[in-house]
Design a protein around this ligand. Structure first.
Ligand code: NDP
Ligand code: 2IT
Length: 445
């Protein structure tokens, strides 16, 4: 049996109850076949595949907090310290009712390769809780964040593990978490990224994931002789990633016609009015449905999956995992969509991704396409270390260079191993090789 199949079988046996983790591992291991076969003896000798699929450490804890009615609530908190071969654990915290260990393991596993692709010295980690910030008061969110950090603080540090935001964790939550870390430890240091600009945050971090996504789309289009200008774009989600993807796509002359949330989606044939979206989502924390009441000519549809049936040239899934299934992927292809770039983590099922590749779309998978967020997080760490703040233009320029470099590494690795144009293979191999080399150099640990 091949080394890849052996390890895949063992992971399937051990972690049958973690479908998202199995999906992520299966995608990565499948696409590493060529590089593993070429180096089988070395990788086997050092147990690279067995070690790379196993988190270095999983921390789980109870998070008790008191709601506005004085009732005690309890959630589960997690931090998965997945791989520290190339730098301190780095990755976001997700607060969402669907959070469980398997989902965070898939995210931490993906993060390891993504962080490697940025070219910056950051290892892979992820964490979060099944806490649902939706409908909670600011005080409740603060109480939760303070309790969460009261457990987490002992495991993290600017040179060991540096969390950031993800779904349900934005500027507000990072602020409360940072305040509690500082209060407990008495240290003012770069232990979290995505901080506010008044207390050590980096300019352009808020925009970074969405902007980076569009920069890599621009680069991908450039290589097939096309431009974003005039393209019709479908975006899902209406959170941090979606909002800044829409902003940059519009700045570069594309027409974005949809956005969504977990209840439904809106279509605006005149192009999304982002000021209205930002007011609904960032200021009022409301629902996307309200857009249709406020913007004449736009239409709201119940159910978020329908967004993939809207005709487009480019699709940017920016909501959540497995939001595009095979049926949705086929619909996109039938309707003439030629480019898919993933703002969300693992938004396409394995079957959907295969459909994009079979139909020769320009398909950029998440770990390459959305790496801009964590890349600017690493730049935030650099600024914190040197106690300086760089300008927006400087950070944005570095972000753009990083995304162009990720495109180059991804397409070169795909070509080198006989899969030209397959950016899934390219991103996985390019991300893997650096981590594997570092693990070998550091011995069995
Ligand atoms: P936010 O919490 O800011 O926004 C998430 C958005 O997705 C919301 O609009 C939410 O709607 C929507 N959504 C959630 N679940 C579903 C669903 N089942 N169907 C349709 N829409 C849904 O999160 P982010 O924008 O930060 O994250 C979005 C994705 O991008 C995630 O996969 C995350 O892991 C990934 N990512 C984030 C990065 C970052 O820097 N923030 C970096 C790289 C990747 P609702 O309000 O209804 O929940
Ligand atoms: O999935 C991701 O890359 C993130 N949520 C961002 C992580 C980070 O540390 O900025």
């Amino acid at each position: 049996m091949s080394y890849v199949d052996e390890v895949m079988e063992s992971v399937r046996r051990k972690y049958a109850a973690e479908p998202e983790f199995l999906q992520a591992v299966s995608e990565v291991l499948e696409s590493l076949r060529a590089v593993v076969e070429a180096n089988e003896e070395k990788y086997r000798k050092y147990g690279i595949l067995e070690r790379i699929v196993e988190p270095e450490r999983i921390i789980t804890f109870r998070v008790p907090w008191t709601d506005d009615n004085g009732k005690v609530q309890v959630n589960r908190g997690y931090r998965i310290e997945f791989n520290s071969a190339i730098g301190p654990y780095k990755g976001g915290l997700r607060f969402h009712p669907t959070v469980n260990q398997g989902i965070l393991k898939f995210l931490g596993f993906e993060q390891t390769f993504k962080n490697s692709l940025t070219g910056l010295p950051i290892g892979g980690g992820k964490g979060g809780s099944d806490f649902d910030p939706k409908g909670k008061s600011d005080r409740e969110v603060m109480a939760f964040c303070q309790s969460f950090m009261t457990e987490l603080y002992r495991h993290i540090g600017p040179d060991t593990d540096v969390p950031a935001g993800d779904m349900g964790v934005g500027g507000r939550e990072i602020g409360y978490l940072y305040g509690q870390y500082k209060r407990i430890t008495g240290r003012y240091e770069g232990v979290l990224t995505g901080k506010g600009l008044t207390y050590g945050g980096s300019l352009a971090r808020t925009e970074a994931t969405g902007f980076g996504l569009v920069y890599i789309v621009e680069e991908m289009l450039k290589h097939v002789g096309e431009k974003l200008e005039g393209k019709r774009v479908v975006v899902s989600g209406s959170g941090n990633v979606a909002i800044y993807a829409v902003k940059k796509a519009q700045e570069l002359g594309a027409k974005v016609v949809t956005m969504s949330d977990s209840n439904g989606y809106i279509v605006d044939e005149n192009g999304i009015d982002l000021d209205v979206i930002k007011d609904i989502k960032e200021v009022k924390r409301g629902r996307i449905k309200e857009y249709a009441d406020r913007v004449p000519g736009s239409v709201y549809h119940e159910g978020s999956k329908g967004v993939w049936g809207v005709k487009c040239d480019i699709a940017l899934p920016c909501a959540t995992q497995n939001e595009i299934d095979l049926e949705s992927a086929r619909k996109l292809v039938e309707n003439g969509c030629r480019t898919v770039a993933e703002g969300a983590n693992m938004p396409s099922t394995l079957e959907a991704a295969a459909c994009f590749l079979e139909n020769k779309l320009n398909y950029m998978p998440a770990k390459a396409a959305n790496a801009g967020g964590v890349a600017v997080s690493a730049l935030e760490m650099s600024q914190n270390s040197e106690r300086l703040s760089w300008s927006f233009e400087q950070v944005d320029g570095m972000l753009k260079d990083i995304m162009i470099n990720i495109y180059a590494m991804t397409s070169e690795a795909a070509k080198k191993y006989g899969h030209e144009g397959d950016f899934v293979v390219g991103a996985n191999i390019a991300g893997f090789e650096k981590v594997a080399e570092a693990m070998i150099a550091q011995g069995v640990c």
